[in-house]
Design a protein around this ligand. Structure first.
Ligand SMILES: [Mn+2]
Length: 416
């Protein structure tokens, strides 16, 4: 049984205001080819199908069109989709009556009975091999929010109630999976969660996840799981030294700093209930990401402008495929024309500036740090101005700037 693991598509995402539909469309075309060529039996999408709770219409169309085309190509394909934190679980699940008929199982939230009891058995999805026999049982756990978790009346005092609650949900789900597994079938898990020790994308994840808050220990996944297909982190990685517990990562860079990631999907093969091999399939980069000067560095304006002039760009590309460009400038002195200068160098060229980052190279010291004073009144306005200038810039301010400052002070004083 051959399973393809992917996650964090974030359909409908924009990068600094630029829609990603073109890249997503190319990725989905590529994925269809892979499903065909690799004779994939099961596709697991481990959450964050969409970038937002209320996805834009083109994103919805992309998703449903993809499912229809995938099933048209491989009628026996099992598809398992779980909701991530970006998805609306109930919205994702709404078309389930139709999708179930097609062999697409969507788990948006934890199934509960009318009396509110958690029905873990409904999280277990059979996966079939090419002969149509069940080869694995996939335990599919959507992203869990505190409100989804059982009340914790008996937890140890020092236990984090969130982690303890998640552990219990997974334990019950795994038990349901074990009950369903027959000899020769693999126990597979999928979830959308943040595991301890994961490598984060600085720009698109760290600010959302907030350090190690509620990071889950890898031992919530049992050793008898043949494979654990995770979503949430955008960088592909194994978790806690366990090769069979993996994030596939996102298929396209969702932030500029993910430019260096090796975006991939994972092809996993199972025989007699065990994982026999897993391979990372590199997703082609459909739109290049260029960073000047690159590697998160900042360079002086003239150096940056020279580099931009020398950029080799492909004029034959369609507009949707023009590279994304990030420009990072270190400013030693004010340069109010910088944005215009960058725009002038790039005008008419096949590239899209998504970000112009500017870092002042002054001391960074506040007035109080630079010169502790008993009384601010000891300083003349020009002294304060010079010190502020030194916080942001190097050297002395231009005499014309000082003159302009005095003019401004005079205007304010007259007004008062
Ligand atoms: Mn996520």
């Amino acid at each position: 049984m051959r399973l393809l693991h992917t996650a964090d598509w974030h359909l409908g995402q924009t990068l600094h205001g630029i829609a990603r539909d073109y890249e997503h469309a190319r990725f989905l075309d590529w994925l269809l080819e892979v499903i065909d060529e690799q004779a994939v039996d099961a596709l697991v999408i481990a959450g964050d199908v969409f970038d937002g709770q209320n996805p834009p219409i083109p994103a919805l169309r992309q998703f449903y069109r993809f499912l229809a085309r995938a099933k048209a190509r491989r009628a026996g394909l099992d598809v398992v989709v779980i909701a991530g934190n970006h998805d609306s679980g109930s919205r994702l699940e709404a078309p389930s009556p139709l999708l179930t008929e097609m062999g697409v199982c969507v788990i948006g939230g934890l199934p509960v009975a009318e009396d509110g009891a958690f029905e873990a058995d409904r999280l277990v999805v059979p996966l079939h091999d090419a002969d149509g026999s069940v080869a694995a049982r996939c335990v599919a756990v959507p992203y869990l929010r505190p409100a989804d978790l059982p009340a914790m009346t008996d937890a140890a005092e020092d236990a984090d109630p969130f982690i303890e609650g998640v552990r219990r949900v997974y334990a019950a789900a795994v038990e349901a999976g074990r009950r369903a597994v027959r000899p020769g079938e693999a126990l597979i898990l999928t979830g959308h969660c943040y595991m301890r020790g994961g490598a984060l994308s600085e720009l698109s994840e760290r600010k959302i996840l907030g350090g190690n808050l509620h990071a889950l220990p890898v031992d919530i996944f049992p050793e008898d799981a043949a494979y654990v297909a995770l979503g949430h982190l955008h960088r592909a990685q194994a978790v806690g030294g366990r090769e069979r517990v993996r994030y596939s990562g996102s298929p396209i860079p969702l932030a500029i700093d993910e430019e260096s990631y090796l975006h991939q999907v994972v092809l996993a093969e199972f025989e007699d209930g065990r994982l026999v091999r897993h391979d990372a399939l590199r997703v082609p980069r459909f739109v290049a990401v260029r960073r000047v000067p690159g590697g998160g560095r900042f360079a002086a304006p003239n150096e940056v402008l020279d580099t931009l002039r020398g950029l080799e760009l492909d004029a034959a590309l369609p507009r949707d495929a023009w590279p994304f460009l990030e420009v990072s400038v270190a400013l030693a002195e004010p340069r109010p024309t910088l944005r215009d200068e960058v725009a002038a160098v790039l005008a008419g060229r096949p590239v899209r500036l998504v970000k112009l980052a500017v870092r002042a190279t002054g001391s960074g010291e506040t007035l109080a740090e630079a010169a502790p004073l008993a009384d601010l009144a000891e300083l003349a306005p020009e002294d304060v101005f010079r010190r502020l200038y030194g916080k942001h810039h190097e050297g002395e301010p231009d005499p014309a700037l000082i003159a302009a400052f005095h003019e401004l002070v005079a205007t304010v004083q007259e007004g008062a």
